[in-house]
Design a protein around this ligand. Structure first.
Ligand code: SF4
Ligand code: SF4
Length: 137
């Protein structure tokens, strides 16, 4: 489900956005919001922010919304989005950058055991394995 976001001057160039740009080295401003990344994402339906919206949020400086979303942890790093992007935006790398920013803050956003059992059974195995690697310390 898409989240509603309101732009204010406070959103732009905060420390976490700069850190994310440094870590990922992804130029999010190449994105023209075609949505191919989200359309190709196997985990799309389980994310509270689809990949194209994460990119848009970075462009607009909505770092809090990104850090609170389950999206970076649901992402299985399959790089389908990166392959399908007509603008060469490496979204998978950006997702890894988001995870790094969160991990460096020491914030845990997803407990695998709190995911509904039925949903857990439907999730791609690679998504669960990626989460074990990235969220269980
Ligand atoms: S596929 Fe590329 S250009 Fe299209 S929305 Fe995703 S990141 Fe942006
Ligand atoms: S790398 Fe992540 S965001 Fe991209 S398509 Fe795969 S699961 Fe979706």
């Amino acid at each position: 489900m898409e989240k509603r976001m309101t732009v204010s001057s406070q959103n732009f160039k905060n420390e976490d956005i700069q850190k994310l740009e440094e870590i990922s080295e992804v130029n999010v401003y190449s994105c023209y919001q075609c949505g191919n990344c989200s359309a190709s994402c196997p985990a799309f339906e389980f994310m509270d922010m689809p990949p194209h919206q994460v990119i848009r949020a970075v462009q607009l400086g909505f770092i809090d919304e990104i850090l609170e979303a389950n999206t970076p942890w649901i992402c299985a790093a399959c790089i389908s989005c990166t392959v399908k992007c007509p603008r060469g935006v490496d979204i998978a790398k950006l997702m890894e950058g988001v995870r790094q920013v969160i991990l460096r803050k020491g914030i845990d956003h997803l407990n695998i055991n709190e995911i509904d059992k039925k949903l857990r059974e439907q999730l791609p195995q690679i998504a669960l394995i990626a989460n074990f690697r990235k969220t269980i310390l």
